[in-house]
Design a protein around this ligand. Structure first.
Ligand code: FPP
Length: 224
């Protein structure tokens, strides 16, 4: 059976779920947050060590202001109300992406990271204002600036995912089969599952079904 240390998820379909069920895209985001909590619990049960969630991409700034405001409001609320609980569960929070937010939000993100820094049960990487192309270009630029030789071993130290294994598994919900500028380097050998259900409809049993299938795949990593 394949070891499973790192699961990455593109949580797609909130907006469509909201329109289908409650008539607003934001209602879909609110419901999507419940799925986030379910999947965190299920990941701990499955002894997964790293869970990377794509919450907001560099391209998501193109959305209407009202939706962006709502998403960041949800995030702030979530962090303020759940940080102690996450900490008690020994969960470590890390934010990947470009942290050029307001001083207030940056403070909140930094304090959540600091508070949970030594936790060991599960590391959650929340990708916020994240774009893989930006991450790769920044890595190259920083290496060039410091005159570091470009090879794979050095390069991965300049990625935001340094100090963690690459995802074993990528799940994308929402019946859309693309990577959307997410972890393009890190997903080189990940197993990919595209799930038809929209993120708010994605339940623990759906997650467990995928984990079970993943464990039985023959992973070759280019070998035979
Ligand atoms: C993609 O669905 C989802 C997002 C851009 C945001 C993800 C946010 C959450 C799951 C809730 C908030 C999470 C935290 C951790 C605070 P979409 O809106 O692109 O869906 P669509 O394809 O149906 O439009």
């Amino acid at each position: 059976m394949n070891p499973l240390n790192h699961v990455a998820i593109i949580m797609d379909g909130n907006g469509r779920w909201g329109l289908k069920n409650k008539k607003s895209r934001n209602a879909g985001h609110k419901a999507g947050l419940k799925t986030v909590e379910t999947i965190i619990k299920a990941s701990i049960k499955n002894k997964i060590k790293f869970l990377t969630l794509f919450a907001f991409s560099t391209e998501n700034w193109k959305r209407p202001k009202k939706e962006i405001k709502y998403l960041f409001g949800l995030l702030e609320n979530f962090l303020r109300s759940k940080i102690d609980d996450l900490n008690k569960q020994n969960i470590k929070l890390k934010f990947i992406g470009n942290k050029n937010f307001s001083i207030k939000l940056n403070k909140l993100l930094n304090s959540a990271e600091k508070k949970t820094y030594n936790n060991k049960t599960l590391q959650i990487n929340l990708a916020l204002n994240y774009g893989s192309k930006d991450e790769l270009l920044d890595a190259f630029k920083n290496m060039q600036r410091k005159k570091i030789k470009v090879n794979e071993k050095n390069f991965i130290k300049y990625l935001q995912t340094k100090d963690m294994p690459d995802p074993d598994l990528l799940i994308r919900t929402g019946n859309t089969n693309r990577l959307s500028n997410f972890l393009l380097w890190q997903l080189a050998y990940s197993e990919i599952f595209f799930e038809k259900k929209l993120w708010p409809e994605f339940k623990e049993k759906d997650y467990n079904k995928i984990l079970k299938k993943f464990k039985l795949i023959k992973r070759n990593f280019g070998n035979i």
